[in-house]
Design a protein around this ligand. Structure first.
Ligand code: ZN
Length: 449
């Protein structure tokens, strides 16, 4: 069955191709088969059409960094108004009590919330595996299956507890053997290397202040043995610079290089505090950075140097980060935040709404090492989001794409992943939003009790 998504008000393809009159998708292959230029009709036959009049068509958004379990501790009073390290030290003991059903509910709710914002692919950094949660990623796979989008589940790890000079409490750290064995098990069991993958696995030590040097090196070796990607937090705060210099005698990026991580199979969350030389080396190595504007604003961490990174050849993607350092998981709103925070660093004519949309689509796809998603082009996966401008907030706007970002678009009218509709008329087609929310709220209460 081929469907023509026709007559959109505007289209953003993320590659400058003309799809002004929509796209044709093939439900059976789950791929885009034709871009229809402005004023034209499809050149190939189609069976059905979807009338996108009054709607904006964009590639499904890609969230390149999250911690879905943190949806259970949004706006948590003891953690409010704290800097990153004390914020983490307040929340670690709470997250240490995470149970399997809580993680399922948090993952399902967070993915659903993101889906409603037009996001079809989510990279989740699950970095906490207390003794009660030995099958965290297995639980997340089930939750992701129930929602229907794509996920890059990163097997996080913490091995350096308080007694070894790390930040997390002992109850949340695992041994290196436990971490590496489980990582390899998950790659064998779930990682789909092929085009169109719905589930991929990456390996993701939490940060330089929560794992040992040995684990950083061995994780890189394991990831390369199985051709999966590597992820971690880096250069998020100036406290981290001081920690790395004190502990390793190196700045964060030098430390990263010393453990074999300065490479094109790595994407970093945040990437704020790099100097000129470091940015140049990152570009030469082909690294990627996931910019997390709201989290950086909330924790007062700083402003990512997106333009310098981009000019140096570093791929820049976009992520909402954990729901405790953003409190919302709305990828469309994150696009707006990215535009606004970048206007604090760069001149108004240097960063545009189209740049922010690019980071959230093709930029994030590159960060995740995927060529098959993040843009509207023939042969790419049919992952789409459509937004209606039929709201008070858009009334009086003139440029539809600029309006989507500047007036505060936040809820998709329709979302498709791999050629299958997941949302239509702003309604979830396969999920009960109220049941998901009720289960999630119960988990959130239990976790902090
Ligand atoms: Zn994070």
């Amino acid at each position: 069955m081929k469907v023509w998504i026709k007559h959109p008000l505007a289209t953003f393809t993320a590659n400058n191709q003309n799809a002004g009159n929509g796209v044709v998708i093939d439900e059976s292959s789950g791929k885009l088969t034709e871009l229809v230029p402005s004023g034209q009709s499809p050149k190939t036959p189609f069976d059905q059409s979807y009338d996108a009049s009054g709607q904006i068509l964009i590639p499904g958004l890609i969230n390149a960094h999250h911690h879905l379990y943190q949806t259970l501790t949004r706006a948590f009073p003891p953690a409010l108004n704290k800097k990153l390290f004390p914020w983490l030290q307040t929340l670690y003991p709470v997250w240490a009590k995470l149970k399997p059903e809580m993680l399922f509910n948090a993952t399902q709710l967070g993915l659903t919330e993101l889906l409603q914002s037009g996001c079809t692919t989510v990279a989740d950094h699950h970095d906490i595996c207390p003794g009660t949660l030995t099958e965290a990623i297995d639980i997340q796979v089930k939750a992701a299956d129930s929602v229907g989008g794509r996920v890059m589940l990163t097997r996080g790890s913490m091995s350096l507890g308080e007694k070894d000079g790390g930040l997390p409490p002992q109850s949340t750290v695992q041994t290196e053997t436990q971490i590496l064995n489980d990582s390899e098990r998950l790659i064998h069991r779930y990682h789909q290397p092929e085009e169109g993958a719905k589930i991929q696995i990456a390996l993701a030590p939490c940060s330089p202040f929560s794992v040992s040097t040995e684990l950083m090196k061995e994780t890189a070796g394991l990831a390369r043995k199985h051709s999966v990607r590597l992820h971690t937090h880096l250069a998020e705060t100036l406290d981290e610079d001081s920690f790395c210099i004190r502990r390793f005698g190196l700045r964060p990026l030098d430390y990263l290089e010393s453990v074999g991580w300065l490479a094109d199979d790595v994407w970093l969350a945040h990437g704020i505090h790099f100097n000129e030389d470091e940015i140049k080396r990152m570009g030469q190595a082909g690294l990627a950075v996931c910019h997390c504007p709201t989290s950086n604003m909330l924790l007062a961490s700083g402003v990512c140097r997106t333009k310098e990174l981009d000019s140096a050849g570093v791929h820049v993607g976009l992520g909402v980060d954990g729901s405790a350092s953003n409190d919302g998981s709305n990828m469309m709103q994150e696009v707006r935040q990215a535009l606004l925070i970048n206007r604090l660093r760069y001149a108004a004519d240097e960063v545009t709404h189209l740049d922010a949309l690019y980071w959230a689509t093709k930029g994030s796809a590159k960060a995740l090492g995927r060529e098959d998603i993040g843009e509207l082009a023939v042969g790419k996966q049919a992952d789409l989001a459509l937004f209606s401008l039929d709201e008070l907030r858009f009334s009086g706007s003139h440029d539809p794409l600029a309006a989507l970002v500047l007036c505060g678009g936040h809820k998709a009218a329709a979302v498709m992943c791999a050629g299958k509709w997941l949302i239509k008329n702003e309604a979830l087609l396969h999920l009960d939003q109220h049941a998901i929310m009720a289960a999630h709220q119960l988990s959130a209460k239990k976790l902090v009790s």
